[in-house]
Design a protein around this ligand. Structure first.
Ligand SMILES: [Mn+2]
Length: 422
């Protein structure tokens, strides 16, 4: 009986910067900056400790061209540890580290194999009973299905295909090297080691077609545990496929319903409960948490009028002594505890404004006008604003709805107050 194990990783995005990090309040800048490197070290340690036989990295090892040679040295030093332990590594380039984008040559250690970017290639590890097939990206924009030219499977070996692809399209990921499950299956391989999609996904099981996801979340849109896939082959057959987490900063979204909160300390308690649960899931990692406050609450008017003070109070109350919790952003989405339908029918300024907003939301013509205005404003914003991970996406109708609902909720308290005073 022979047991062979390989690790399938992808999308390391070494030194990926969190754009605008220093603008965030009290951000643990250094720990977040270093996160992709520390996670990569964790990957090397994992391979060494588990004594695996092979490491595959399915594209986007680098986030982009290296800023300096230090990054290159860090990488070769780490991979050399695997070479010294006789563990080979196979790498393909993805859209982020396509050959044309990288100006600095990397001196790969002896047992690191980079697959060709011009045509598909194969590497046979006869001692492991494994053949690896794949092709890297010569340029960023690959719109052909390169997988279909991959070599025929090698008889008698366990055949793995490495491919950086969006398959038939994945939300938030450019549609590079498109292909389908059926097409991949038709190649007759035993495992498809995919990369590009940052959220882990077992696309199919026969044969396994897997995106392991990235090994470290890079911002608040990449939440939850991040890691690699470990595959065990016994006598040429898959014995097990397991997931192992390597991330050091855990991103999460915490939603807190404040419907039952009627004072400050009840708000803090409700938030603390949700953050504590998230902190437990992070298992000692730095928790970077985006907080959303929801619910129809009697505190809504106060929250709307003193948002900055509330934000400060929440941050001050939630920060723990060892600094392992960082609230990345607080989204105020509470609602007034009022009957909007009823207010909307009233014959007063508030009723009029609410009706106008409702009409704006429902009318295609009004929406188009509003979008025109917003597009003009958007065009005048500095570019760094548009690169923010949660910059307004004007092509998304749901975001416009959310924007209008937010406006509605923030003006209700003010107009109610004015109505009361008059
Ligand atoms: Mn990619």
């Amino acid at each position: 009986m022979s047991l062979v194990r390989f690790v399938h990783a992808a999308d390391i995005h070494l030194d990926s910067p969190l754009k605008g990090l220093e603008k965030y309040e009290s951000a643990p800048v250094d720990r977040i900056r270093e996160a992709t490197r520390v996670a990569f070290k964790n990957l090397i340690i994992f391979c060494l400790e588990e004594k695996v036989d092979l490491l595959l990295i399915s594209g986007d090892l680098f986030d982009g061209d290296l800023k300096d040679f230090k990054a290159g040295l860090f990488l070769t030093d780490q991979l050399k540890r695997l070479s010294n332990a006789q563990i080979p590594t196979v790498i393909i380039r993805g859209n982020h580290d396509a050959e044309a984008k990288m100006t600095k040559k990397i001196h790969w250690p002896t047992l690191v194999h980079e697959l060709n970017v011009k045509k598909p290639a194969s590497i046979k590890f006869e001692n492991l009973g494994i053949a690896v097939h794949g092709q890297g990206y010569a340029e960023r924009d690959i719109y052909d299905d390169i997988s279909q030219a991959y070599p025929e499977p090698v008889a008698g070996l366990f055949n793995i295909g490495m491919l950086h692809t969006a398959l038939q399209g994945r939300d938030g990921h450019a549609a590079y090297a498109p292909t389908s499950v059926d097409k991949l299956r038709s190649k007759g391989y035993d495992y498809w080691a995919l990369g590009h999609v940052h959220k882990r996904e077992v696309v199919d099981t026969n044969p396994p077609i897997i995106f392991p996801g990235n090994i470290q979340g890079r911002h608040a849109k990449e939440i939850g545990p991040k890691g690699v896939t470990l595959v065990t082959i016994e006598d040429g057959q898959i014995e097990s496929i397991t997931e192992h987490f390597l991330d050091v900063v855990r991103w999460d979204h915490c939603h807190v319903d404040l419907a039952d909160a009627s004072n400050e300390s009840e708000v803090y308690n409700a938030i603390r409960k949700v953050i504590n649960e998230s902190e437990e899931r992070a298992e000692g990692r730095l928790l970077a948490c985006r907080l959303t406050l929801l619910g129809a609450t009697e505190l809504h008017a106060d929250i709307v009028s003193r948002q900055e003070e509330w934000a400060y109070g929440i941050r001050a109350e939630m920060t723990d002594s060892d600094g392992d919790i960082w609230i990345e952003k607080i989204r105020f989405k509470t609602q007034a505890k009022v009957d909007i339908e009823q207010l909307r029918t009233q014959d007063n300024p508030l009723g009029g404004v609410l009706r106008k907003l409702e009409q704006l939301k429902a009318s295609n013509e009004d929406r188009a006008d509003l979008l025109n205005c917003l597009t003009t404003i958007n065009g005048k914003l500095p570019p760094q604003y548009k690169q923010w991970t949660d910059a307004l996406n004007l092509n998304d109708p749901a975001q416009l709805d959310e924007l209008l609902d937010g406006i509605t909720q923030s003006i209700i308290p003010k107009l109610l107050q004015d109505a009361g005073e008059s």
